[in-house]
Design a protein around this ligand. Structure first.
Ligand SMILES: [Zn+2]
Length: 405
């Protein structure tokens, strides 16, 4: 979205007139265009970094400004240092260089060196946002793709299937089931078979600790359920491939089946052409996951729930959890943004996670704590809903294909 373009002006006027694009809220009743763009900001966050000048724009603790690091953010603990500290406070304005004394008092030694190595221009120009994944500092689709598809599996998959375009189609931008159904029709007409799709699904990358974590949760007595905006065909194919079919007691998602012509059909979980589901939260018209959780809370009100999620659609169920429940949002993903806007709206305890290893650690320690504190006859639900979890941390997939396991 080019700055100053017509679409940028329209969206800014409607959704973020007094904020920057990266700070904009989703707003109530967002259009599909805005919702898609808003939700894709996490891609920008992966590679966006401040180039240090001498303004008061960069917050030391909250902004990405440390180059050549995975997170681009400060790792040293804040301790007693002010949360308002700005990067310009670390610069000697007279000598126009870093102030080593101030820096030594704030950061770990390894991080002090990283900061001191960041070059400063004698002119001390304005702080400027740049794209860290290109030398030029300018965003490019190619570098964004490289960042998203930076393991061999994904690159091979793209290469192996590019002639059919199957990969592009399956992992397309997030769309309603009706549009996905049309994409499947198009693929079917071009000769892509259901077996081709199954083979791609089977190669979905899963962090090695996810499957054992799910089995451990099940063996500890959790009832596992899936609440997803993917479809039954994708989910059942992947669960079957991973040997997890018997570990989940319920799958709530869009119906997906293969018709007599061998074409994959995808229908909406909620038929919004007849009537809307009536939820006021930012849920897609084809599915309100909050209504599913509401039903489960009614049916199993005596049990504790652990809810895992990362997308916008996971915000509504998060709001419905009770004080006795647990929410595990994936940090720096859309649901995390929405929760962070006003954490007080969440009644349950919040335990964030970032990658597969942390997911396993947090989940199993929560289960252990619940088991330790629960009386012997109390069971609890684990409402497991999360997206396909890539092999390395932060290497999230495009949000299109929502394949929970
Ligand atoms: Zn809802």
């Amino acid at each position: 979205m080019e700055r100053g373009s017509l679409i940028e002006q329209v969206l800014k006027g409607k959704y973020y007139p007094s904020k920057s694009f990266m700070e904009a809220d989703l707003g109530t009743s967002p259009s599909y265009t805005w919702r898609g763009i808003w939700e894709a900001r996490w891609v920008l966050r992966r590679g966006m970094r401040w180039r240090v000048g001498n303004d008061e724009k960069i917050r030391v603790w909250d902004d990405p400004w440390i180059p050549n690091t995975q997170t681009l953010r400060v790792l040293s603990p804040r301790g007693n240092v002010s949360s308002d500290l700005e990067v310009c406070d670390l610069i000697d304005p007279v000598k126009k260089c870093w102030d080593p004394t101030v820096i030594a008092g704030v950061f770990f030694p390894f991080e002090q060196q990283r900061i001191l190595n960041i070059p400063l221009s004698n002119r001390l120009p304005e702080d400027k946002l740049c794209w860290d994944l290109e030398k030029s500092g300018v965003y490019s689709v190619r570098s964004a793709y490289r960042a998203l598809f930076d393991d061999d599996w994904k690159m091979n998959e793209v290469a192996a299937t590019s002639s059919l375009g199957i990969w592009k189609k399956i992992w397309a931008v997030r769309v309603l089931p009706r549009t996905k159904d049309t994409l499947m029709k198009e693929m079917h007409e071009k000769g892509v078979t259901i077996y081709d799709i199954v083979e791609v699904l089977k190669r979905t990358p899963i962090h090695p600790q996810i499957v054992p974590a799910i089995k451990a949760a099940h063996d500890a007595g959790c009832e596992l359920r899936i609440v997803s905006d993917a479809n039954t065909f994708f989910i059942e194919t992947i669960l079957d491939h991973l040997g997890l079919s018997d570990y989940f007691s319920e799958i709530n998602t869009n119906p997906g089946y293969v018709d007599e012509e061998g074409r994959l059909r995808i229908l909406p979980h909620h038929d919004f052409t007849k009537s809307p589901h009536g939820c006021c939260n930012p849920c897609p018209p084809n599915m309100c996951k909050g209504l599913v959780i509401k039903r489960l809370l009614c049916e199993h009100g005596n049990k504790k729930f652990i809810y895992l999620g990362d997308g916008i659609g996971d915000y509504c169920p998060s709001l419905r959890l009770r004080e006795s429940d647990y929410l595990m949002p994936r940090k720096d993903f859309p649901v995390w943004d929405l929760i962070s806007n006003n954490p007080k709206l969440i009644k349950s305890k919040i335990h964030e996670w970032t990658d597969g290893a942390e997911f396993e650690r947090v989940l199993l320690s929560l289960i252990q704590a619940i088991i330790t504190n629960a009386d012997a006859n109390q069971f609890f639900n684990l409402d497991c809903k999360f997206e396909s979890l890539p092999i390395s941390s932060h290497d999230a997939m495009p949000q299109a294909l929502r394949v929970p396991i």
